[in-house]
Design a binder for this molecule. Structure first.
Ligand code: SF4
Length: 280
């Protein structure tokens, strides 16, 4: 889930290939690479002045039903800021399209190989920063943009998460409707993964059913206002939190860290979270 306060993530590493071409331009297997993004809201290492992300700890794919989001709803297509950023920043769009192209046509194992390489790069970056004395939580957000687009892709991620016990992953997904794609059984009970269902009034009923089948998941609920969100969720058990960054109670990034690493609710899966389109 990406809301309007977020800044445009940037590509991770200038040493990795650029401009892999449009999604139907599938690269040769030996040239396939996945590129991480540096996102100010989630980075695990801010710059010394607290303004930019020094470490790329997230990964994206092109958003929308036509690309990686089979569970997109009318509400999320209306407010999806990640999708808007794709239209604004050509370089960013190229990274996402390149990632999609790299995964295209691969089976579970082929995708897991690429994801493993990408996570190995993240680990190397963390270690390099630590050698310089930085404190670098090993937290990685899957999908600052885009979603699980197939079962094989979700299985590939599950394989990588299982073999990366030194890293904690978190993800928001709308791929939980069995009529289209339900990845939740694949992602169940991985101790180093926190899963949030991205829910809004359009998929509320489907999300309720998904939660009955998977009581371990959390909800990230998007309402027009925090009050409307509280009301919509009033019958749900458990604790829920208004996102402090979305409500402008903490900055996107500062010298103390990025909003999500400082807050930690979603990263650790402390409870359900409410986002407000109106930010109040
Ligand atoms: S609730 Fe906290 S962790 Fe979740 S999106 Fe908001 S700032 Fe990030």
């Amino acid at each position: 889930m990406v809301l309007a306060a977020e800044a445009a993530p940037s590509a991770a590493s200038p040493t990795q290939p650029t401009s892999p071409g449009p999604s139907n331009d599938v690269p040769d297997r030996s040239q396939r690479r996945l590129r991480r993004s540096a996102d100010r809201k989630v980075t695990n290492l801010p710059s010394p002045n607290g303004r930019t992300a020094k470490l790329a700890n997230t990964f994206g794919l092109p958003a929308g039903r036509a690309f990686s989001c089979p569970g997109a709803t009318a509400t999320c297509e209306r407010v999806c800021y990640a999708g808007k950023l794709e239209k604004l920043y050509k370089g960013l769009r190229e990274v996402l399209v390149g990632n999609m192209a790299a995964l295209t046509g691969l089976d579970r194992n082929g995708m897991a190989v690429l994801l493993t390489d990408m996570i190995a790069g993240f680990r190397v970056d963390c270690e390099r920063a630590e050698r310089r004395g930085a404190v670098v939580p090993r937290d990685f957000r899957i999908h600052w943009d885009g979603d699980f687009f197939s079962l094989a892709y979700a299985e590939a991620w599950a394989d990588v998460i299982r073999s990366s016990s030194d890293i904690h992953f978190w993800v928001y997904t709308r791929s939980f409707d069995p009529r289209a794609l339900d990845v939740l059984p694949t992602l169940a009970y991985l101790p180093n993964l926190t899963v949030y269902l991205s829910v809004d009034p359009d998929n509320l009923a489907v999300a309720r059913e998904a939660r009955k089948r998977n009581p371990w998941v959390h909800w990230a609920y998007l309402a027009e206002t925090f009050a409307a969100g509280r009301e919509d969720l009033s019958s749900l058990p458990g604790k829920r939190y208004p996102c402090p960054e979305n409500g402008r109670r903490i900055p996107l990034i500062s010298q103390k860290g990025s909003a999500c690493i400082r807050c930690g609710v979603c990263v650790s899966g402390r409870g359900d979270v409410v986002f407000s389109v109106a930010k109040r």
